[in-house]
Design a binder for this molecule. Structure first.
Ligand SMILES: Nc1ncnc2c1ncn2[C@@H]1O[C@H](COP(=O)(O)OP(=O)(O)OP(=O)(O)O)[C@@H](O)[C@H]1O
Ligand SMILES: [Mg+2]
Length: 140
């Protein structure tokens, strides 16, 4: 029933926890786990070299957090996984990826790296829940 699980990764403890849940569910259902980080667009400022440096920093960070997620998922004994980095608006990137890859379930943090502690849901998890066709689970 659950064959493809998408775990959007942003490097926060919330998404780490989501990955733990996803690993358990994937083991039970023998599902593939897709790890995805979406690199958000940078503001347009007229300093090309600064932008270039920021972009490199973003991509380095993306690679680090995806590599960490791969290490964690392997520790749980999962061998059926795929890791992807995309560029664009995070919520739309996650929802598009889910549609294109026939994802059955998106499992993400209720909040992430940037939010206020008092908020119930971050802007990305809120928009993904709203826009996605598949089951969305937010982990607290
Ligand atoms: N750029 C991203 N790429 C992939 N997944 C992401 C990204 N940003 C957030 N997520 C996922 O969405 C979950 C919720 O994060 P979200 O960004 O909505 O909350 P926040 O950072 O607390 O708030 P906000 O970003 O609105 O300030 C994260 O735990 C993670 O699973
Ligand atoms: Mg965020």
């Amino acid at each position: 029933m659950i064959k493809k699980i998408l775990v959007p990764i942003d490097g926060s403890d919330h998404s780490r926890k989501a990955l733990e849940y996803a690993s358990d569910i994937a083991s039970k259902y023998k599902a593939i786990v897709h790890l995805l980080h979406v690199v958000a667009p940078l503001p347009s400022i007229p300093y090309e070299d600064v932008i270039e440096e920021m972009r490199e920093g973003q991509e380095r960070f993306a690679k680090e957090i995806l590599d960490e997620a791969v290490r964690e998922i392997k520790k749980k004994g999962i061998t059926n996984f795929q890791s992807t980095m995309l560029h664009g608006d995070p919520a739309h990137g996650i929802v598009d990826f889910a549609k294109r890859n026939d994802i059955d379930m998106i499992l993400m943090g209720s909040r992430g790296a940037g939010g206020l502690e008092s908020l119930l849901l971050g802007s990305v998890s809120q928009r993904v829940c709203h826009l996605a066709d598949c089951t969305c689970v937010t982990v607290k």
